[in-house]
Ligand binder design. Structure first.
Ligand code: NAP
Length: 276
């Protein structure tokens, strides 16, 4: 019992750590970046296409007393990812937390899915997570553990999806990319645990963001969506941010290779609620 930390809130404090969040100019990434900043981390706000929105996220963090910087990179481009990590380390000294969040959809019926749509989604959603994780791990190994801020040498949180386990008609490229993330995450967790690097996933259900506006922005669409969510509400970005903060903190120090489904029960086969 000697080493047990009874103050839960102290162990959620990320002061002195730097978090890089990909795709942080919008939706879940924006919510996670702001949440990590509120927990005390310095935050790198990655963006690819909208410098203005990234600057706004940075300004909002700074206005609340946090530290943040916007850094451009296409996560599917090896050189740009390496340059982003160089800039981030120059700004904040090192990286302690990577949130692999950037992702997109390019939907089509399976027989109409083009190689370009397939490749784009795999490049951003899966290869992008690999490239960023590899740079983060190189930095974690170079720096080693800083016991004054964390028991781990580094933490990676992969933003996956309920579609890493639920097949999704009309979205074969997206589901394949997230299924790939699930196995990439577990393999990294297994391989890197002895070096005190923790790798976990947060798999969101339906969260209100620009990626899925048509699924919730009319009462009819929201009612149809709610049939898939036993908890009875569509998620918000804070739901994901809270899980990410916990996984980034030492409060989850013994959690490695896990997927947390933050989905209001969407993965619980809700159509079987009436007995199947
Ligand atoms: P979003 O608002 O569309 O955000 C996606 C972010 O990824 C944007 O910032 C986007 O930047 C960025 N991005 C896209 N391509 C990129 C690239 N090549 N390099 C760097 N950044 C890139 O959607 P979201 O819902 O927040 O999605 C975030 C993550 O959550 C995704 O991985 C998604 O699959 C996952 N997810 C979302 C839900 C949901 O219900 N919302 C459910 C399950 C999983 P631009 O805006 O500049 O293009």
């Amino acid at each position: 019992m000697k080493d047990f930390k009874c103050n839960v809130f102290n162990s959620l404090d990320l002061t002195g750590q730097c978090a890089l969040v990909t795709g942080a100019n919008s939706g879940i990434g924006e919510g996670v970046a702001k949440g990590l900043a509120e927990a005390g981390a310095n935050v790198v706000v990655n963006y690819v296409s909208s410098e203005d929105r990234a600057a706004k996220v940075v300004a909002e963090i700074v206005a609340k007393g946090g530290k943040a910087v916007a850094v451009h990179a296409d996560v599917s481009n090896e050189n740009e990812v390496q340059e982003m990590f160089r800039q981030a380390c120059k700004e904040f000294g090192s990286i302690d937390i990577l949130v692999n969040n950037a992702g997109l959809q390019q939907d089509a019926a399976f027989y109409e899915l083009t190689i370009a749509q397939w490749q784009k989604v795999i490049d951003v959603n899966l290869t992008g997570q690999f490239l960023c994780a590899r740079e983060a791990v190189r930095e974690f190994l170079r720096r080693g553990i800083k016991p004054e801020v964390s028991s781990a040498a580094g933490k990676i949180i992969c933003v996956s999806s309920v579609h890493d386990i639920i097949p999704w008609a009309g979205h074969a490229n997206y589901a394949a990319s997230k299924g790939g993330v699930a196995m990439l995450m577990k393999t990294m967790a297994q391989e890197l645990a002895s070096q005190k690097i923790r790798v976990n996933s947060v798999s969101p259900g339906a969260i209100k963001t620009p990626i899925n506006t048509s699924a919730w922005d009319t009462p009819e669409a929201e009612a149809a969506l709610l049939k898939l969510i036993p908890y009875g509400r569509v998620g918000i970005t804070d739901d994901i941010a809270k899980a990410v903060i916990w996984l980034a903190s030492d409060h989850s120090d013994y959690v490695n290779g896990a997927t947390i489904y933050v989905d209001g029960g969407m993965t619980l086969y809700p159509e079987f609620r009436e007995g199947g």
